[in-house]
Each structure stands twice: as C-alpha cells, then as structure tokens.
Design a protein around this ligand. Sequence first.
Ligand SMILES: [Zn+2]
Length: 130
Amino acid sequence: MNTMIRTLPCPCDNEKNYSECCSAYLDEGKFAPSAETLMRSRYTAYVLQRNDYLMKTWHPETRPINLNLITDQSKWLGLTVKRSEQTAPDQAIVEFIARYKVNGKAQRLHEISRFKCIDKQWYYLDGHIL
Ligand SMILES: [Zn+2]
C-alpha cells in the first residue's frame, strides 16, 4: 500500500483520513459493522481499484466470476449516502449517489443497494439503479 494515501481524506467522504476510515476494512481485514460502512468501504475499493476487496464483500450468490477494474475508464469523484435502513435482522438497503467522470463527462450513479448479513458479516447483494 502506498503510504501517501494513508494521510489523505478517505474517498468515501466520511471526513476522516483513509488510515482512520476504510483502511481498517480494506487493509486490516476487519468486518464492516453495518451495511452503510460496507457500502462506503466498497466505494473506496472502487476508487482504489481493489478488486480483491470487492469480490470478498460480494454476496456468494451474486458475485461475478471476475472483475476487471483496470480497464474501467471511469474516475470516481465523490459519494453521498442518502439513506441507510436495516429492513430485517440480516438485510439492509443503502441509497447513494456516486459521482464519476467517464471520457471527461461527469455522470451520476443513483442506486439503492441491497445488503445481506451472513455470520455477522455484511455482503453486497445487488443494486437497483434509479
Ligand atoms: Zn472511508
């Protein structure tokens, strides 16, 4: 891990440095304590192109066979979590807007993601784009 990033604000917009925020999940192997935290850490993993973390936190039923972010040309600009709600003891939804740029054009991804908890660990299940 490049040492520069540790002292930078975390990409997930949580007003903390990366080392005090998503690094615990991406680098130290801690479990995200809530669906929202997991969602934020997965956004950070997209920014940092951490395929390993995205695969690890994807629900086994919906996980893609492989994920190649290196060829992904989008540049992530920021995240806003609009709503986060636990809908059952092992289920939650998080609504967010992620801003990104592709080929110089700004875009917005507005999505409601579903998360499921298995053995106290949250996983991304799927997403509904609004
Ligand atoms: Zn973070």
